[in-house]
Design a protein. Structure first.
Length: 232
């Protein structure tokens, strides 16, 4: 019972993130990390750090008092979801614990950068599910951007979402690269993401399950989501 506390709604809420922040801070040892990374490389152990999780949660917590004003993509978040975020954040973290989120994601960045330098293999992932304070689709672009911020090249970041998962699943003959005979779901971009990872957000079109969705169709879909979100 040392790792749970009573929330404002009378819930017993595990303080996993806070425990992790304290462990990262108190137990970080560069020598042990190098030894661990060597084991990961030796045994080809993949890592999926989900960096966007604590970063997005910290941003949401910081902006909650102002009804999440300034939070990216808020126009696509229904009011019911915003209310759920408030309940989640207010019952899961006390105000004095919010700064620990910054400790948590700072150390996650440090560990990810060190593992990358050591040659550990990476997959991208965002763990989007009910109750998370970040959004499907957008969060993957954010995750790739953070990979680059911690030292990945744009190509290496892209590979965490393309060829690396194919290798991990043993399906590199079917997936992961653009080649004749492979499954051909594609995201077509306006500019080269190898020049700037932010160019993954400039989507010109999508080919999925044999259907081509042009930019105008994608924009209409987003506009419909925004319109539905704005309705009370």
């Amino acid at each position: 019972m040392d790792h749970i506390r009573e929330g404002k709604l009378g819930l017993l809420v595990p303080q996993i993130e806070m425990d992790q922040a304290e462990r990262y801070r108190d137990s970080y040892d560069p020598k042990r990390l190098r030894q661990l990374n060597a084991l990961f490389v030796k045994h080809q152990t993949w890592q999926c750090p989900t960096l966007i999780g604590p970063e997005a949660t910290g941003l949401a917590a910081d902006s909650m008092a102002n009804d999440f004003a300034g939070y990216p993509y808020l126009r696509y978040v229904p009011q019911a979801s915003q209310d759920s975020w408030k309940r989640l954040l207010s019952t899961r973290f006390s105000p004095e614990q919010i700064p620990n989120l910054r400790v948590y994601f700072a150390y996650k960045r440090v560990l990810t950068a060190a593992m990358h330098r050591a040659g550990v293999k990476f997959l991208s992932g965002t763990d989007v599910q009910g109750g998370t304070t970040y959004l499907p689709g957008f969060s993957l672009h954010d995750e790739l951007a953070i990979f680059v911020q911690v030292g990945f090249s744009p190509l290496e970041a892209l590979q965490t979402a393309t060829i690396n998962p194919a290798h991990f699943l043993g399906r590199e003959k079917e997936l992961g690269t653009v080649e004749r005979g492979k499954l051909a779901d594609l995201v077509l971009l306006d500019a080269n993401p190898l020049d700037n990872i932010g160019n993954t957000r400039g989507i010109s079109g999508v080919i999925v399950n044999g259907a081509y969705l042009e930019k105008e169709a994608l924009q209409r879909m987003l506009a419909e989501v925004e319109s539905a979100t704005s309705k009370k």
